[in-house]
Design a protein around this ligand. Sequence first.
Ligand code: ZN
Length: 225
Amino acid sequence: MNCDQLAPLYQKYALGALEGEERAELDAHIARACPQCTSGVAQARKALAKHEMFPAWAWIAAAALALITGYTVRQMNNQNDQLAQLRKQMKLATMQNQSLQNRLELNHMVASVMLSPDSLPLKLAPKDKNMPAVYAYLHPHMGVAITADQMPSLSPARTLQLWFLPKTGKPLSIAIFRPDAAGQIALVAPFHIPRNEISALAVTEEPSGGSPQPTSAIAWMAQLR
Ligand SMILES: [Zn+2]
């Protein structure tokens, strides 16, 4: 592979998430001090380091989460291959195929937001120490990605709701969501408030369908600086 083919992989390499042949190729370029790849990877590392609120261990945790939850590009490519196979086999689009495609597209969106150097990663700490943390990634154009793992199941009558707390004014409802059967949360929701006007992100539990304003105590929260 030449340097231009490797360039889109610098970020993943800097994250330690590049594997297999692609990794070996890029390792070889770095080993021979290839100017383009060495400076490209250095820039990607610098971009990652800029996320002061998100230290190196958290990137590793995010990469581990990505591995567990199937968001690595390699796995997405595999899923794409599988999807292409499916499409070949099933000439008619069935409802099932549609939902698989929707899930793949969602995974792509979540991964794009998670891995973008323009995203601000935040950890929403749980009030209840027995609950897992919820992670949010704020991207100026793509929206906010929300991920969580090992969430306990939720009564069908209840939902989780994400709020942006602006520096002035009432909480803004951003999304309602619930963990899937495996206890995972992955979604991307748009938001229309400049990042510097947000003071905190909060998640509450609400009656299913969501509420216009929070009706219960904040269950997860992250403050923005
Ligand atoms: Zn190179």
